[in-house]
Design a protein around this ligand. Structure first.
Ligand code: SAH
Length: 223
């Protein structure tokens, strides 16, 4: 979708200028993809956090969003989005862990179709409300355990996982199309997670480490 469809609103600490500054900061930190930087400039992050925290929405930090969860740090959101755009624009993207909906909104600004799964119902309801408000009609979000992916709508050209499992779930690898890629934080404890980039080739999977990260755990009914 066109980013011009996104609402450009806010005043003072939540204005367009603060979003522009955040994008400039991420560019300084190494984000190069112009579409990603434009998405950061256009998505009103302050709407994705509690009003009491909106004055901090354009700092490059993770913030609490309730239910013990966090909205990811903008740099990491940008890094993950840039990673899946490396070999061209993926048609169809699956996100695991909708949370506030911010990462999904950034994805929706740069790819045609986003599917997103969230296991905490109240977070999903809040995110869906925002998608409607911002007219992000190319996001389909549902309640469920994303460890299992969303096989009915797959395979996906890219998968973005925003909560960390101890190891990469098999089901997610299976729902990746050949030539597709996944970014996923992996690690048993928050202090030892790695953000992996996994590419599916016709012969198998290639892995690369992008960053050390600290995501909330991927919670699952699985053992
Ligand atoms: N992408 C979010 C990040 C939220 S934090 C954002 O931009 O705000 C990670 C989210 O993953 C949390 O909301 C958490 O509830 C969710 N989560 C954890 N385990 C999950 C699972 N098995 N399936 C789906 N969502 C899960």
């Amino acid at each position: 979708m066109s980013i011009s469809q996104l609402e450009r609103q806010g005043t003072g600490m939540t204005s367009q200028r603060t979003r522009d500054r955040l994008a400039a900061r991420l560019e300084e930190r190494g984000i190069k993809n112009p579409a990603v930087l434009e998405a950061i400039r256009s998505v009103p992050r302050h709407l994705f956090v509690d009003e009491a925290l909106s004055h901090r929405a354009y700092e490059d930090d993770a913030l609490p969003i309730g239910s013990g969860q966090t909205i990811s740090q903008p740099f990491i959101v940008a890094r993950m989005t840039e990673a899946i755009l490396k070999d061209g624009v993926p048609e169809k993207v699956l996100e695991v862990g909708t949370g506030s909906g911010y990462q999904a909104a950034i994805l929706a600004a740069v790819v045609p179709k986003v599917f997103s799964v969230e296991r905490v119902r109240t977070l999903l309801v809040g995110a869906k409300k925002l998608f409607r408000k911002l007219k992000l009609n190319n996001i389909i979000a549902k309640h469920g355990d994303g460890t299992w992916g969303w096989s009915e709508s797959g395979p996906y050209d890219a998968i973005v996982v925003t909560a960390a499992p101890a190891s990469v779930p098999e089901e997610l690898l299976e729902q990746l199309s050949v030539g597709g890629c996944m970014v996923i934080p992996v690690g048993g404890s928050r202090s030892t997670q790695e953000l992996l980039y996994i590419k599916r080739t016709k012969d198998g999977f290639e892995k690369e480490r992008l960053e050390y990260v600290s995501f909330v755990p991927l919670r699952s009914g699985k053992a």
